[in-house]
Design a protein. Structure first.
Length: 205
């Protein structure tokens, strides 16, 4: 989300648009290290690739040594007996990790997974990572319609429908402001993620 330039420069519908293209890879790195790795690895893909980067400075969550594989979901946070699986993509994964830390202090255990490749989805890992928790929260700086959350919901609807909450833009364009201000205003920060986790837990049977 490019803050100061306003909605005309904020690509928050792009994943939904390109995800519908047949055969395309949609890659959303979580930080600068992952951006470099995904760029290099995308050169080996014979079909079209859409790499989604963030212009503003964002937190670094990985290192040069962190394993990375295209189309493979990685677990970045795992509490004992997680009650919810949080799937994050891009730099908002940082806020998902902050939420996990705060929730654990409250006695709420979660699993946080990094989805760097939104298409094709790592469907096997999704099934494995949601099998124990039985609930899902998606986190992205994108419209909730058609983005990561939509992709996850489509897969789960076909395989194992679960209670799910979506953290993202709720059918609105964002305004001008710093990225940090906008992330808080539009409910994309760690507080909003924590609230979504508590809400989805309350919906579990």
């Amino acid at each position: 989300m490019t803050g100061p330039d306003g909605s005309t420069h904020q690509a928050t519908e792009d994943i939904a648009i390109v995800r519908a293209w047949p055969g395309i890879h949609v890659i959303v790195p979580c930080d600068s290290f992952e951006a470099k790795k995904s760029t290099i690895k995308s050169a080996d893909i014979s079909t079209p690739v859409y790499l989604r980067f963030t212009r503003d400075k964002t937190p670094v969550m990985t290192t040069e040594e962190t394993p990375f594989e295209l189309s493979k979901i990685q677990t970045f946070w795992l509490s004992e007996k997680p009650q919810v699986t949080i799937f994050g993509t891009g730099h908002l994964l940082y806020y998902a990790l902050l939420a996990a830390k705060n929730l654990e202090k409250e006695g709420i255990n979660v699993l946080v997974a990094n989805v760097a490749t939104v298409k094709p989805l790592d469907e096997k890992s999704i099934s494995e990572l949601t099998g124990e928790s039985g609930a899902v929260v998606s986190v992205e700086d994108h419209q909730v319609d058609g983005g990561l959350g939509g992709a996850l919901a489509e897969h789960l609807a076909k395989t194992n429908p679960l209670p799910m909450e979506f953290v993202g833009l709720q059918n609105t364009f964002a305004e001008s402001g710093s990225p940090k201000e906008l992330i808080k205003k539009y409910g994309l920060d760690d507080a909003a993620i924590s609230a979504a986790v508590k809400k989805v837990i309350s919906r579990k049977k």
